[in-house]
Write a protein that binds this ligand. Structure first.
Ligand code: 4AD
Length: 444
């Protein structure tokens, strides 16, 4: 039986057999040196030249040999190496692997040859860190006694506006009467419906938006981390939840991802970002508009004609990012005009033309979280549905929540990959997502 690479340090001076992939191959006159294995566990193998014939990078091989402590002054990922006495090629890789998608390839090649790019040393670490960020999110919520749910991907109604719905044909009760379903834009309603039963809850699932956005932060399918909290009696309670969440996730990420973050040289950056959570700026939308005026950020600047924002304008992505980069802090952008936010957001009792929403904005990326207090009043919610051109009868289960003991909830949705872009200081969401889906890109 072959031994797992991670268990090799328990077998020093023993004769063993291991299976693994050749990540790096350095062929020299008398010996060849192989980095064998995957992910965090790669071992150096010293192979006498006579066994190294025909080896190629990425071939899957079986090594028989002796486990040795690493000699003084030699660096390797593991504290041991293998001195090989036999090598068997199990599956040979074609010799042109290194020309398929070298690390310095263009962004387009990295997308087209994604299946090869997965084996790039840096992208490998990013993929491991993505998994560790998801673990950190679960760890944060498990420490706050919040249950994870698995929501459905098919829904019958919209949550975030009809323009970005993905309609699909779903079987109906009989063959001749199919139904229209939608791929979910958000699992918020599922969380809200379960909360009166199981209490605070969260999910990490894909959401889908049929957006024709070719930006560096939009996908048509993205990993969405959403949560719903009960007993939020004041807007500040909601903002405190968001602060705890950011702090909690980043702290867990530093612990769980320490090794990979250090290898990618991002550990110090993430530590600095954790410190930023102690100095968050809470900025009302109306003050953000004033900031834009003061900082020379315009609604449009076509042909040299600069048009400033009006008080109730939505600030588009590019201008919003410029503002946040200029401020240089984590910003909780709050209290938006109700006309451009979703029907479910609670109204601000101090100004009922605005909603108690909070978008979390970070330098370099912009919005990573959309959140807010939910509208708890049946009649007002009914009217807001109508104002948004929706049919209240399609939302009868959602409306029922307001008639059977509404738990005064607030909730949030965090784009997992937007957060990873921020934490790792990358440029685009496509630099971190394993299989990015955006207009025109469905393969691999
Ligand atoms: O602001 P959004 O649309 O909020 C909602 O979906 C709420 N129902 C969430 C809730 O309260 N449960 O989306 C939340 C976050 C955004 O801040 C962003 O990070 C991410 O989801 N997001 C996208 N990420 C990648 N590509 C897209 N097209 C995205 N749309 C939203």
């Amino acid at each position: 039986m072959s031994i797992k690479i991670k268990d090799l340090p328990d077998h020093i001076d023993e004769q063993i057999t291991v299976l693994g992939q050749i990540n790096v191959l350095r062929q020299q006159k008398k010996f060849s040196f192989i980095e064998l294995g995957y992910g965090d566990y790669q071992v150096q193998v010293v192979v006498p030249a006579k066994f190294a014939e025909g080896l190629t990078t990425q071939s899957y091989i079986q090594i028989t040999g002796t486990v040795k402590k690493l000699p003084e002054g030699v660096y390797s990922k593991m504290p041991i190496e293998i001195s090989a006495s036999d090598v068997k090629i199990i599956s040979k890789a074609k010799a042109d692997f290194e020309q398929q998608c070298p690390s310095n390839s263009s962004a387009d090649i990295k997308l087209e040859k994604r299946h090869f790019y997965f084996r790039d040393p840096e992208f490998k670490l990013i993929t491991i860190l993505r998994s560790q960020l998801i673990q950190a999110m679960r760890a944060h919520f498990e420490s706050t006694s919040c249950y994870e749910i698995i929501p459905p991907s098919f829904t019958g109604v919209e949550c975030e506006g009809g323009a970005s719905l993905f309609p699909i044909v779903h079987p109906g009760k009989s063959h001749d009467k199919p139904m229209t379903a939608y791929l979910t834009q958000s699992s918020q309603f599922a969380l809200e419906m379960l909360l009166p039963s199981i209490g605070d809850c969260y999910c990490i699932s894909p959401s889908f938006r049929a957006e024709h956005s070719h930006t560096r932060r939009h996908l048509t399918e993205f990993l969405h981390f959403e949560a719903e909290f009960a007993g939020i009696m004041k807007f500040d309670d909601h903002l405190d939840k968001l602060k705890d969440l950011l702090k909690g996730i980043i702290s867990h990420f530093l612990l769980i991802g320490e090794r990979s973050l250090k290898e990618l040289k991002k550990y110090d950056r993430v530590q600095e970002l954790l410190k930023m959570t102690d100095d968050i700026l809470i900025l009302e939308h109306k003050d953000a508009i004033k900031e834009c005026h003061q900082r020379g950020i315009y609604k449009s600047e076509d042909d040299g004609i600069k048009i400033p924002f009006d008080e109730r304008d939505d600030i588009p992505e590019a201008q919003e990012r410029k503002l946040i980069d200029d401020i240089g802090k984590i910003v909780f952008l709050v209290k938006f005009p109700k006309e451009f936010k979703s029907f479910y957001m609670g109204l601000d009792p101090e100004d009922e033309s605005r909603v108690l929403g909070c978008d979390v904005e970070v330098p370099g990326v912009g919005e990573i979280i959309g959140s807010g207090v939910r509208e708890g009043d049946y009649d007002r919610l009914y009217q807001r549905l109508k104002d948004h051109g929706l049919k209240p009868e399609d939302y009868s289960e959602y409306l029922d929540l307001r008639s059977y003991g509404f738990c005064q909830t607030s909730g949030m949705g965090l784009g997992v990959d937007r957060m990873l872009v921020w934490l790792l200081g990358m440029y685009s969401i496509r630099d971190v997502v394993t299989f990015p889906r955006f207009p025109g890109n469905l393969r691999p």
